[in-house]
Design a protein around this ligand. Structure first.
Ligand code: ADE
Ligand code: ZN
Length: 339
């Protein structure tokens, strides 16, 4: 590594950062897949860790989701969810992440007979340990799978409500095209009446109209991905005016062919237009990098300045569900890295 890129790596690593778009099931590394498959006597379609990793070639979102849901089958008990989350938090700490907002997909686990005590209990135990060991604060955001029905999402909401003290919000993920946010209007209204605000994936593969729907119908507090907003100038103006956060995931976008090459990514243009853009890793075990690698990939490909990197870190804090006092404290610390 050149001295310059080593310098940049240490600069980004040293910045306090929040990660706001991270599917915990997407941190399942092939090594853990094999360990858990052995533990539960599950047959795997690939003979080795290397062969499994080589199979992570995707043509679009759906081709990834098929692999991702199959991989999650090895997660069976609370210890598995704990191991998954603990491994992610260790990595997060090494990369200078001070706050995490983690998605999980209850509907990936319920039909397999995995109880919610195992899912939320295992994740929560690791989050508490991460707080003690590394000082990483956290929020948990269960998501509804949008390729399933609204009725299924409503049942799921009812099933997870006993755990709502653990949640900062509810989210919406999975196959976007053909599953607009408005399909889940009642579910998100009910969640809000229970004190749970909304976030939603929109404008990853779906049209800008899905971003508008997420804002107007689901009343989201931020948009996950949202990169297709730049096809609609009025929407761009609105997102900038409202400082509506976008949780952008650069390596994911290239792996899933939202952008052909990192050099084509619109993150820098959106940032320069005044949008509250953040950088995140989505499903790092599948997309070739965690948060640090995402920052470095866009920095290199788009030529981001140190001032722009600082702005991305500040935005990650601003866009979080942290209390204002914590936001002010982290922002002051980030500002100390400006020179
Ligand atoms: N679930 C996990 N990763 C996702 C993504 N990038 N888009 C939609 N759903 C997902
Ligand atoms: Zn995502």
């Amino acid at each position: 590594m050149s001295e310059l890129s080593q310098d940049m790596t240490e600069f980004v690593r040293g910045l306090p950062k929040a990660e706001l778009h991270l599917h915990i099931e997407g941190t399942l590394e092939p090594e853990l897949v094999f360990r858990l498959a052995h533990k539960h006597a599950v047959d795997l379609p690939h003979p080795t860790v290397e062969a499994l990793r080589r199979a992570y070639q995707f043509s679009d979102l759906q081709s990834f989701l098929n692999v991702y849901y199959a991989g999650a089958d090895v997660l069976r008990d609370a210890d598995d969810f704990h191991a998954l989350t603990a491994a992610y938090l260790r990595k997060a700490h090494e990369q200078g992440i001070v706050h995490v907002e983690i998605f999980c997909d209850p509907q990936t686990h319920i039909p397999r007979g995995v109880g919610l005590d195992a899912v939320f209990g295992g994740i929560h135990r690791a989050l508490l340990e991460g707080e003690t060991q590394f000082g990483i604060s956290w929020r948990l955001i269960p998501c509804f799978l949008r390729h399933l029905s609204a009725a299924d999402a409503m049942h799921t909401l009812q099933a997870i409500l006993p755990y709502k003290h653990l949640f900062a919000a509810v989210g919406l993920d999975s196959s976007e095209s053909g599953n607009p946010p408005a399909k889940f209007a009642e579910v998100f209204a009910r969640a809000l009446s229970e004190g749970l605000p909304a976030v939603a994936h929109a404008g990853e593969e779906g049209a800008p109209a899905y971003i508008r729907e997420a804002l107007d119908v689901l009343k989201v507090r931020r948009i996950d991905h949202g990169v297709r907003c730049d096809e609609d100038v009025q929407l761009l103006d609105r997102l900038a005016r409202e400082r509506m956060p976008l949780t952008v995931c650069p390596l994911s976008n290239v792996k899933l062919k939202v952008f052909e090459r990192m050099a084509d990514h619109n993150l820098k243009r959106l940032l320069e237009r005044g949008l509250c853009v953040t950088v995140n890793s989505d499903d790092p075990a599948y997309f070739g990098g965690y948060l640090l690698e995402n920052y470095l990939a866009v920095q290199r490909a788009l030529g981001l300045s140190r001032a722009q990197i600082l702005q991305l870190a500040r935005n990650s804090i601003e866009a979080s569900f942290l209390a204002q006092s914590d936001k002010s404290r982290w922002t002051a610390l980030i500002d100390q890295h400006a020179r």
